[in-house]
Design a protein around this ligand. Structure first.
Ligand code: GFP
Ligand code: GFP
Length: 825
């Protein structure tokens, strides 16, 4: 029997007829077209404009209420926000999806067609940026006062095309024809200084005053993206800064024939917000990244201070009560010296008072232990671009070194280790250390990761500042990652346990008792099959490839990186292929391996892995001897909207990073929430997923962190595995031939080299056999249909912990100390 549904769906604020006339009004009055002429793009824009009326009304009320209540707010500083598409999300959150769909149908338009018109807002690279987007969704849903701050990149992450197997990067122009959600706020423009020199002066009582004479000034113009909470009450803002030249277009130079010179300053200034993560292999690229970081941090801090001053004037004593700033990774770490500069040089506070404020305002999230991802900037580069900030960093460090000396008297090695400044040929500023020292709380993003942050990344900081280092396990918003992307499953769940789970994901527990119920299993797996059919259509359209929906859909979607080990999956697929060629009766359930991944443009081996996956796919997909037992679909241009199609269709979720390397992972949570069963290592949040679902409902394999470390200490030699395991040897040797790249022998050899000559830094070979065995267990489990359905249901039922609402609750309690604010009216 179905549980009685509790009615908590947002109730629509307008009805179908009113929505319909709003769409028509915008078609006529905003877009200047009419029903007969409008194409899907125009219908999409008119629909966005219709719902935007509600959004802006909510935004206005929210801002007024926050202002009147003088609320403490969190400010989430992030170089990335991977928002994806907003129309479907906004409609869902206002409870208007069915209303809109019905209204459009009466106008002869399919909502699914117009949803496809929306370009993704891909202002981010991977998990870190998507996490920021999930967090601002939860903050609005939980009615917490919050602002996201970032950069209004003209081009988001590149659009990936695959040509003859290889990744080609094309510019992503997400707002070419205007973005219907964003609002420009020229009235809140800020100015940011760069370059120049510092003058030392002496004020009253011999006080040393520092004056920075900047070499150039750029403008930061804010664009606001409204962030609608579930049920549409709180509408917070994501404020993104766009750079512009501060000067005026130089008429005189232009008229004298200097057409290019007249615009040089504009071009330079506008470059700052042009692209996400400019290639930093060149000096100019590095400089640009640092300037980007400083640009958005400085604009955001000034914006926060302006708002604070409106309520509190020059009284700084309450600043830390009103403002908390979360630094998402080290990208915004330059905020620490920037706030010190504003407080000491501009507001003329004493150093200790300023530092007291600073260290009550900032908190820092660490997302990785990989040394190459912990930013360091050459001191001389900071000196050139931000001369005053370098002085401040030295002063922070000088005082910090005194603290270290107090704790470990005379221990110079310790000082060297903890210093913000890394000595060497080139003096470097360690932004991770600066973030830890300048913050009152530091968190890792999953239990295991936070433990490693304490024990191996920052053990001395943990000793010096007991209690500062903490954990907040990541989460994902169930509104986007189940309710909106998987309507079939959402409706089934609503019927079974009521519809309040999107707000209270622990409610999904209620499904567990139906996990072995045959009827429910059939209903659950029917939805899965329908989702697989939709993905199969997408694969057909995108790759001209037919896949069997009765096969196991095995999905690996994430940034391409050696530590995430897409190449482990590839070697395994090649091994299966070889087994089939050797034994045409090789017993396996047919599988479709689905990949989505972008490689950083400068990361050669990552691009080689994409190329190899596609080349192996060409061969296997077209080899009749395989008899359709294996298909490989590498779907190009992986992004949020593509993930929304892949995740509901997955049977198996690949989470196979080297233990100790994946801080958390969030794709693992999304896939399990949609009923995929994980095959994974004991890494990141996989550990906590395993705790929730139980060992019987997950396939864990491979070395643990301790075993990885032991093996490394002992001296890991990949050749041991190569010579001992004939299958590994055969598969690696295959990469050297032209079997997969006819006429081009050696085209895939770099992968073999990295795994042998280069020492296999991520221990792919060490884990290969365990992975292959785990895959055999997956195969067997899948063939037992009831067993599999039960596992899939349990996975969905046990994901309550991983809602980003829980992460936000943890941040509120452990770090931010915020209270919700009800929006009236
Ligand atoms: C600024 C602008 C307002 C605008 C809001 C929207 O306000 O005109 O409504 O941004 O985010 F001044 P504050 O940033 O001053 O709150
Ligand atoms: C990074 C880490 C992930 C983690 C996210 C969010 O993601 O393990 O889940 O940040 O905390 F690596 P990427 O940006 O690397 O995808």
């Amino acid at each position: 029997m179905n549980a009685k549904a509790t009615k908590t769906q947002p109730s629509p604020v307008i009805d179908k007829a009113a929505f319909k006339s709003a769409v028509i009004k915008h078609l006529h009055c905003t877009l200047g077209t009419d029903e007969n002429k409008a194409n899907n793009h125009a219908w999409w824009k008119a629909t966005c404009a219709a719902i935007q009326e509600q959004v802006l009304e909510g935004l206005r009320k929210t801002q007024k209420t926050h202002y009147l209540n003088d609320t403490r707010a969190v400010h989430y500083f992030s170089a990335e926000f991977l928002m994806g598409r907003l129309l479907s999300n906004n409609l869902q959150n206002f409870g208007l999806f069915d209303v809109a769909s019905g209204a459009l149908k009466e106008l002869g338009v399919e909502i699914s067609d117009i949803l496809e018109e929306e370009p993704d807002m891909a202002l981010g690279n991977g998990g870190l940026g998507r996490l920021a987007a999930c967090f601002i969704d939860s903050l609005a849903t939980m009615e917490l006062p919050a602002i996201g701050y970032g950069i209004h990149y003209e081009h988001g992450l590149f659009r990936q095309e695959i040509k003859s197997g290889a990744q080609i990067e094309r510019p992503d122009s997400w707002r070419d024809y205007g973005n219907p959600w964003e609002i420009c706020r020229p009235e809140s423009t800020q100015e940011v200084s760069l370059y120049g020199y510092v003058e030392t002066k002496y004020g009253e009582n011999g006080r040393v005053l520092k004056e920075w004479h900047p070499g150039s000034i750029v403008k930061g113009v804010p664009w606001d993206i409204p962030v609608v909470g579930y049920e549409g009450k709180t509408v917070n803002v994501l404020r993104l800064w766009q750079s512009e030249a501060s000067g005026y277009f130089n008429w005189d130079v232009f008229n004298a024939g200097g057409y290019v010179d007249a615009q040089r300053e504009n071009v330079q200034a506008e470059t700052i917000s042009k692209v996400l993560y400019p290639n930093d292999e060149t000096e100019a690229g590095k400089e640009l990244r640092l300037i980007q970081q400083y640009f958005f941090c400085s604009c955001s801090l000034k914006d926060i201070i302006r708002r604070y001053k409106r309520a509190h004037g020059d009284d700084w004593s309450r600043f830390a009560d009103q403002v908390v700033i979360q630094l998402n990774d080290t990208h915004p770490a330059i905020s620490v010296p920037e706030l010190m500069r504003i407080l000491v040089d501009r507001a003329e506070l004493g150093w200790d008072e300023a530092w007291g404020i600073c260290t009550k305002v900032f908190a820092y999230t660490n997302h990785t232990l990989l040394p190459e991802a912990l930013e360091k900037w050459p001191a001389r580069m900071i000196e050139k671009i931000l001369p005053r900030h370098l002085e401040i960093i030295y002063e922070i460090n000088h005082r910090f070194m005194a603290e270290v000396d107090k704790k470990w008297p005379g221990d110079n090695a310790m000082k060297e280790k903890l210093s913000i400044i890394e000595e060497g040929n080139e003096k470097m500023v360690r932004m991770g250390h600066l973030s830890v020292i300048g913050s009152f709380a530091v968190n890792g993003v999953a239990e295991m990761h936070s433990r490693l942050v304490k024990s191996s990344l920052f053990p001395e900081f943990d000793e010096l500042y007991p209690g500062k280092l903490t954990n907040v396990t990541n989460g994902i918003t169930p509104r986007r990652w189940l309710k909106a992307c998987n309507p079939g499953l959402s409706k089934l769940i609503d019927k079974k346990i009521g519809d309040d789970w999107p707000r209270d994901l622990d409610k999904l527990q209620g499904l567990a008792k139906f996990a072995s119920n045959k009827t429910f299993q059939k209903q659950f797996m029917k939805v899965k099959l329908e989702n697989k059919e939709l993905l199969a259509d997408e694969i057909r359209k995108s790759l001209d490839l037919e896949v069997d929906v009765n096969a196991i859909f095995d999905v690996q979607i994430k940034r391409l990186h050696e530590y995430k080990r897409q190449h482990l999956a590839l070697l395994h697929i090649m091994a299966l292929y070889r087994r089939i060629l050797e034994n045409p009766d090789y017993d396996m359930h047919p599988r479709v391996f689905v990949f989505g991944a972008k490689a950083a443009p400068g990361y050669k081996l990552a691009k080689d892995i994409i190329y190899a996956i596609n080349k192996v796919a060409d061969k296997i997909n077209n080899d009749p001897r395989v008899n359709n037992k294996i298909k490989i679909a590498f779907l190009p241009n992986y992004r949020v909207s593509l993930a929304e199609k892949m995740i509901p269709a997955a049977d198996v979720s690949e989470q196979i990073s080297t233990a100790g390397k994946e801080a958390s992972g969030t794709g693992n949570m999304k896939l399990a929430l949609n009923g995929a069963v994980t095959i994974g290592t004991l890494d990141g949040a996989n550990v906590e997923i395993a705790e929730e679902v139980g060992d019987d409902n997950i396939f864990i394999f491979g070395l643990t962190v301790e075993e990885v470390n032991e093996l490394k200490a002992k001296g890991y030699n990949p050749y041991d595995y190569y010579y001992k395991d004939p299958e590994i040897k055969a598969v690696l040797d295959w990469l050297e031939t032209d079997y997969f790249t006819p006429g081009k022998p050696g085209a895939l050899v770099s992968i073999k080299q990295s795994l042998l000559d280069n020492g296999d830094p991520y221990m792919v070979l060490a884990d290969f056999r365990a992975y292959s065995d785990a895959q055999i267990a997956v195969d067997a489990a899948y063939r037992d249909k009831e067993r599999w359905a039960e596992m899939a249901i349990i996975n969905t039922a046990k994901m309550g912990k991983f809602t980003s609402d829980r992460s936000i609750r943890d941040y509120v309690e452990r770090v931010w100390k915020l209270s919700p604010c009800k929006i009236e009216g």
